[in-house]
Design a protein around this ligand. Structure first.
Ligand SMILES: [Zn+2]
Length: 308
């Protein structure tokens, strides 16, 4: 290597390093545990780098972290998790990454629904995002964390936060007004696992599923029998599969009861871009439209059986 060339390389290293000291980091790198949370952080952070460990259409309950996840977390400026026991694997993952920064629970301040887990007793139901009032708390936590991490951009975050709150309110109003039109006894929905307890509580629906709040649960024969009984008694016409769950069980219930399998709904993960639930707002709208369709069909069935 000739001396001038060597000198140029050395010089470029020096320039690069000097810039590195003075320049602000190009962007915050934020790691979230699952796609729904990633979308919420992106809504407030916009141009920030946001990575979700568990991607679209994937199950967070049973996720197995990879070496790539360890590398992503080790480079993170901030880590957001749902909390409420949703990501059982996260603490071990963080430990092996050597990440020393903050781990923020997006559900901080949410009042959890407590459920009875046969193995563990009283535990919080982690699916708090299925109530928009809770998601307002999620985004407030995200907004506050970004402001304290990056105070120069406070105004930018505040605008994004306020815009998003308005969008959340719009869809919340839509759900409330549409569900009001359905008589209470017809507000029963069958899904694959118990992911909609918060939705049911907020909007006045009853959700039933063959398995509990974790997709790792197995349905008991007794629970299956009682579910099939409820389907028959309640004039239910549709059973929903979820983007993250095994479809076999739903097929079996559909065969035994003769009810139709509805369009896929998005419970614990967003969909891919070309499907109906690629953002939280679109996912809530899509799920609600499917629930409404199911309840309207039950109403029609009730009317036609009264007439005949
Ligand atoms: Zn779930």
């Amino acid at each position: 290597m000739s001396l001038p060339k060597y000198f140029l390389i050395l010089l470029s290293f020096l320039v690069f390093n000097v810039q590195g000291i003075d320049a602000k980091p190009a962007s915050l790198k934020i790691v979230t545990t699952f796609s729904i949370l990633g979308d919420l952080v992106r809504e407030i952070g916009k141009d920030k780098v946001v990575i979700s460990i568990v991607g679209p259409n994937s199950d967070t309950h049973t996720y197995q972290p990879t070496p790539k996840d360890v590398r992503e977390i080790s480079k993170a400026d901030l880590v957001f998790i749902n909390g409420l026991g949703f990501e059982g694997w996260i603490h071990r993952l963080i430990e092996s990454s050597g990440y020393k920064g903050e781990i923020l629970e997006a559900t901080k301040g949410v009042k959890p629904i407590m459920i009875n887990d046969p193995g563990e007793g009283e535990v919080p139901d982690p699916h708090a995002w299925n109530d928009i009032e809770n998601v307002k708390i999620y985004v407030r936590n995200i907004y506050e964390a970004l402001c304290s991490m990056d105070p120069e951009e406070k105004e930018f975050y505040r605008k994004n936060y306020e815009d998003y709150l308005n969008k959340l309110q719009e869809i919340d109003d839509f759900i409330v007004s549409e569900i009001k039109k359905i008589p209470e006894k017809r507000r029963v929905i069958i899904t694959a696992h118990d992911a909609f307890g918060y939705y049911g509580k907020r909007y006045g629906l009853r959700f039933l599923a063959p398995v509990g709040t974790s997709t790792a649960d197995e349905p008991s024969p007794k629970a299956m029998a009682s579910l099939i009984d409820t389907i028959k008694k309640n004039q239910i016409k549709i059973i929903f599969t979820e983007n993250i769950t095994n479809k076999k069980l739903i097929k079996q219930i559909s065969e035994e009861t003769g009810i139709e399998i509805g369009e896929e709904i998005f419970s614990d993960a967003l969909s891919e871009e070309d499907q109906p639930g690629p953002t939280y707002l679109k996912m809530m709208r899509h799920n609600t439209d499917q629930f409404l369709k199911s309840m309207h069909l039950s109403l029609e069935k009730e009317k036609s059986s009264e007439e005949s």
